[in-house]
Design a protein around this ligand. Structure first.
Ligand code: SF4
Length: 214
């Protein structure tokens, strides 16, 4: 684990991320707050591209909790059968949709506690929804951000919660809103797990990683 990066280096790192991608976007397909929650919940241990293949047609027929209930668990299971853990995910989405209809008038709640009380919604999913839909500077840490944070010292921590806190505590506030997207894209496409693409990396000179590729 690298040491936590200092303020001035972090400021430069995020200045470069911002210059290269001023308005970073996630890659999951969604059409409203509800479909965003469903898409993120379905993406656990699956790729965004794989989830999108199923959700583009799914959300054409079920883009509200009530429509999802009308589709039913069997119908949903059939729609998402190409996604890993689809049976359990279908059960959770149906339970979640019922709670949204009965307790929240079909709306997606905007607090972390309420979101996390929904079946299939953990802290990471709640943070993604808070960040993307409600524009709250929440930091969802996935495997890419965890690796990148510790390899570079951008956000050092022994577990995902510690990395989440390291981002909140250390990344200058003007970059907090988009930090999640910049980090996930950098980790997913440049600072990849086995052979990071250091030659194409815009923060190479700021990165202390000892095993950089040439
Ligand atoms: S220089 Fe290499 S290890 Fe460091 S952030 Fe860039 S890709 Fe990752």
């Amino acid at each position: 684990m690298a040491r936590q990066m200092d303020y001035h280096t972090l400021h430069e790192v995020f200045t470069r991320f911002q210059a290269s991608e001023p308005e970073p976007k996630g890659e999951l397909h969604y059409t409203n707050a509800y479909t965003l929650v469903v898409a993120v919940a379905l993406s656990a241990q699956a790729t965004d591209a794989g989830v999108n293949k199923a959700t583009v047609p799914l959300f054409k027929i079920a883009d509200t909790p009530q429509k999802m209930l009308d589709l039913g668990e069997a119908g949903l299971t059939e729609q998402i059968k190409t996604i890993g853990l689809f049976r359990q995910k279908a059960k959770n989405v149906i339970k979640m949709s019922r709670i949204l209809v009965e307790d929240y008038a079909g709306q997606v709640p905007s607090s972390r506690a309420a979101l996390q009380s929904l079946p299939g919604v953990g802290r990471k999913t709640a943070n993604v929804v808070l960040n993307i839909w409600f524009h709250y500077p929440a930091q969802a840490v996935d495997t890419h951000i965890f690796r990148l944070g510790n390899r570079t010292g951008i956000a050092a921590g022994k577990d995902v919660l510690a990395v989440e806190r390291a981002i909140e505590d250390n990344v200058p506030v003007e970059f907090q809103q988009h930090a999640h997207h910049w980090l996930i894209l950098h980790g997913r496409y440049i600072c990849v797990a086995r052979k990071p693409k250091c030659g194409a990396c815009i923060i190479n000179d700021l990165c202390p990683f000892e095993d950089k590729t040439t």
